[in-house]
Design a protein around this ligand. Structure first.
Ligand code: ADP
Length: 465
């Protein structure tokens, strides 16, 4: 239970942002404080060295200007006030013997003798060094220099005071880093919470939708632009999903409706066959009717599957070179008897040939669908014109009729599956012809367009590049 809580917390964005925020700050602050710490250390050591040089200067002045007695008086006064564990002073004779010295019991190290030897041999004026003392917790700074007449002055001081000061600073820095990291973590937490508060609105809406409240929308107007963009995209996506759901509902209704009538008719025929004793010829007619109804149903189902596969991009689309003019001419010949029957003048204008790449069978289907519609929705005595105009490697094919036209209200829906304009219902059809034409055309990288005015006629235009 506890582990689960920790795991959930670990995955929370607020927690992650807060942690990153606090850790980044702590690292930067630690790096900054480290630099300051070393700077302070360098400055403290430089101050100490300055003090050493000042002291050497005073001792030398006394020794040379005021004589040995005055010097010894000053030296004794100076060294008496010091703690021999923390500081030492000594003067060595030219032959190495001790002229005067403080208690050296805490300063047992070969490095002091080594410094004296080095000073004599190197010819330098002084040697200033930091040494480690075996019996002490702190290192020490030691000055070794000539005092005059071959004497050597050596004095040193443990770095306890410097270390104490630096430790005080260090403690302050650590405390500051801890306090500031906690404050930063809190600030980071508050900032992440604040900036993700609107995300909670998106999540809340998603939860409401998941529980069935599809009309709910995210409202985060006036918040940061990224979240507003997310909310807008989220709302647009919801609108689109609702639209798709509505159209799927419509499609379901249409399928149910379109299947019900032929199935009812088939059932009626079967019932009649059971009830009456009929001559064989009647049975044959009933069977023929049933086959016709079944064919229509199969064709409806096949067309739907065809549209779905084509739109999903899984249909096999051939790419062959063929004469599209031949296809248009064949379609005109096919529908001429129907046009004649309705006393419609069918005019066609096209060049001798134009070869394009595409799927010939699909092109045939698109052209016959559009021509069939043009004749179907044109009243007796009207005109249907088919024209094909080559466009470079491609072609534009136009179907213009003087028929019933399409209302502005219907125009945006004519490519929807199962859409049938109210006035066109009596003329039959499942409302799949244009959906199929559009899916096929687009699958061959073509486009389909329409312009229409009610009671004047319509123009459908296919363009293939
Ligand atoms: P169907 O013709 O089977 O109803 P379509 O998908 O071919 O289905 O057409 C959809 C709708 O578009 C038709 O019901 C009709 O309202 C409208 N339509 C299509 N072509 C024309 C046209 N040439 N003139 C007028 N209306 C048309």
């Amino acid at each position: 239970m506890f582990l689960k809580k920790i795991r959930t917390l670990n995955r929370s964005l607020v927690f992650q942002l807060t942690t990153v925020f606090a850790l980044t700050f702590a690292l930067i602050a630690a790096a900054g404080f480290t630099v300051i710490y070393y700077q302070l250390h360098t400055m403290a050591m430089a101050d100490l060295d300055d003090e050493f040089f000042d002291e050497v200067e005073i001792f030398k002045t006394y020794a040379t200007e005021k004589g040995l007695d005055a010097f010894l008086a000053e030296f004794s006064r100076e060294i008496d006030s010091e703690d021999p564990e923390e500081e030492f002073y000594r003067i060595l004779e030219k032959d190495g013997g001790t002229f005067i010295s403080t208690d050296m019991s805490a300063w047992k190290t070969d490095e002091l003798g080594e410094a004296i030897r080095l000073l004599r041999e190197s010819g330098r004026d002084y040697i200033l060094q930091t040494i480690d003392l075996p019996d002490q917790d702190y290192s020490a700074r030691v000055m070794t220099t000539f005092l005059g007449e071959g004497r050597i002055l050596q004095f040193g001081e443990t770095l306890e005071e410097v270390a104490d000061h630096l430790e005080a600073f260090l403690n302050l820095f650590v405390l500051l880093i801890i306090v500031l990291t906690v404050v930063t973590a809190f600030f980071g937490w508050w900032l992440s919470k604040w900036s993700l508060a609107d995300m909670a609105a998106v999540t809340g809406t998603a939860e409401k939708i998941a529980s069935g409240d599809y009309e709910h929308r995210v409202t985060v107007k006036g918040s940061v632009s990224e979240i507003e963009l997310l909310a807008d995209s989220f709302n647009t996506m919801l609108d689109r999903i609702l639209g798709l759901m509505a159209s799927m509902r419509d499609i379901n209704d249409s399928i149910a409706h379109d299947l019900r009538s032929p199935l009812a008719r088939i059932r009626g025929v079967a019932e009649m066959a059971l009830i009456d004793d009929k001559p064989l010829a009647d049975f044959k007619e009933m069977a023929a009717n049933t086959i016709e109804e079944c064919d229509e149903l199969i064709s409806l189902i096949n067309t739907m599957l065809d549209i779905t596969e084509t739109e999903a991009g899984v249909a096999h689309i051939k790419s062959e070179r063929f004469d599209v003019i031949k296809v248009v001419k064949e379609a005109c010949e096919l529908f001429r008897p129907l046009a004649d029957e309705k006393e419609i003048t069918l005019v066609s204008t096209m060049p001798a040939s134009q070869h394009i790449n595409g799927d010939r069978k699909r092109m045939q289907r698109v052209i016959t669908n559009l021509l069939e519609n043009a004749i179907k929705y044109t009243n007796k005595g009207g005109t249907v014109s088919v024209s094909a105009v080559p466009q470079g490697e491609g072609i534009d094919i136009t179907f213009e009729d003087s028929g019933i036209g399409i209302s502005e209200k219907d125009l945006p829906h004519i490519y929807d599956r199962f859409f049938r304009g109210d006035r066109s219902r009596p003329r039959g059809g499942f409302g799949l012809g244009l959906s199929l034409a559009k899916a096929y055309t687009e699958s061959m990288n073509g486009s389909i367009g329409v312009s229409s005015s009610l009671n004047k006629g319509s123009i459908f235009k296919l363009s293939f590049k």
